[in-house]
Design a protein around this ligand. Structure first.
Ligand SMILES: [Zn+2]
Length: 145
């Protein structure tokens, strides 16, 4: 993907940031007013986006990452090469615990995850650093057919 694998070229990060920022504006968050956007780059080169969607029955709401993963699967892609998230929190806003596991399903330990604010990238992580010693599909090897 780039010379400094697993990190993508800067222009791709900028493209993902722009996509995440655009979809953040579409977030449905009438209760928390906390708008989140997510953009996934798959190895196909395609970008998939999602935003958080709240619900009057609060637990039914979904995170931006979940929406982006659903869009990725609907488009036929099955891998997360890069993930960019954006929110307007004062501090660095990272994926929630549930989304770390959701992302883990389609990511590699080295998959870069960029946590952004309105001003751009605030912090960069890898999948492994956000969810160390995680449980993934390979753990089910031999148990499922
Ligand atoms: Zn989440």
């Amino acid at each position: 993907m780039s010379e400094n694998w697993p990190y993508p070229p800067e222009h791709r990060v900028a493209e993902l940031f722009a996509a995440a920022k655009r979809v953040q504006e579409q977030a449905y968050a009438p209760y928390s007013h906390f708008l989140v956007g997510a953009a996934i780059l798959s190895s196909s080169g395609r970008i998939h986006v999602g935003c958080n969607v709240e619900n009057a029955a609060y637990p039914v709401g979904t995170c931006a990452e979940a929406g982006a993963i659903a869009a990725m699967c609907a488009a036929g892609d099955r891998d997360i090469a890069v993930l960019v998230t954006i929110c307007d929190s004062v501090d660095v806003g990272t994926c929630c615990g549930g989304c770390r596991q959701r992302v883990r399903e389609f990511a590699q330990p080295s998959t870069p995850i960029y946590a952004c604010g309105p001003d751009g990238v605030r912090a960069t992580f890898t999948m492994e650093s956000l969810l160390p010693t995680s449980f993934g599909p390979e753990n089910l090897s031999g148990f499922v057919s």
